[in-house]
Design a protein around this ligand. Structure first.
Ligand code: FES
Length: 226
């Protein structure tokens, strides 16, 4: 099994740390939240680095670890000038090397970090692609958004924006504050502080056998968004 299909340790997205990308001071909600001003303003990011360093002096390393980790990522992951949808109907899902995802890419139980096929403004938008037996899906899963046992969710935690990078059995685990999501029930929250599910992406298989989106995420990405 390659690293990219390792169910326990999914790949990093380019230019970031797996635990990076959250902003523990969640900004206000807007659509979509990944484009909120704070996340695309490197100056704001620097201010928060300074703030985190201050806490290291005052409050100790525990507070620091939960703040520093989130600071490095999302402004690197998204073109700051882009404000359109992340996915659209027909946009291919690609791996970190830009390869389209053929239908047989994952075995049941595996997961992979994928991205929308690059187009102007969208270079990286980390998305968790999982595959399970079709009959295992239920609960809050939007079954119309699944195909051949595949389901796709935003990888950006709805608590404070970390990358949901880990697995515990079938449960998706956010490393920052142990948020838990059930990928067999629409990535609903089953533990920890996240306030809502990871938004699901509608996907299907194109005529030539690779996975494509049929629209954008069904909810706001990351913290906020209601
Ligand atoms: S960012 Fe806090 S649990 Fe994910």
């Amino acid at each position: 099994m390659s690293d990219k299909t390792d169910p326990a340790f999914d790949q990093q997205y380019p230019g970031s740390d797996e635990s990076a990308g959250c902003c523990c001071e969640s900004p206000g909600a807007s659509q979509p939240t990944i484009y909120q001003e704070f996340w695309r303003d490197t100056r704001g990011e620097l201010h928060r680095r300074d703030y985190a360093k201050g806490l290291a002096t005052i409050g100790g390393l525990t507070a620091v670890s939960s703040l520093i980790a989130p600071l490095a990522g999302l402004s690197q992951a998204f073109n700051p000038g882009y404000s359109g949808p992340v996915y659209e109907d027909g946009i291919a899902l690609v791996d970190g090397d830009g390869n389209r995802i053929q239908e047989d890419r994952l075995a049941e139980g595996e997961q992979l970090t994928v991205f929308p096929e690059p187009r102007p403004g969208i270079d990286n938008a980390p998305t968790l692609l999982v595959r399970f037996p079709e009959d295992d899906y239920g609960g809050e899963t939007n079954l119309e958004f699944t195909i051949s046992g595949y389901a796709a969710f935003s990888k950006v935690c709805t608590h404070a924006g970390c990358m949901v990078a880990n697995r515990d059995g079938n449960t998706l685990v956010c490393p920052c504050h142990s948020g838990l999501f059930d990928p067999l029930s629409g990535a609903t929250v089953v533990g920890g502080p996240p306030p809502r599910a990871l938004p699901q992406l509608p996907i299907t298989v194109a005529s030539d056998g690779h996975l494509i989106a049929t629209g954008d995420f069904e909810g706001a990405i990351g913290p906020g968004g209601g």
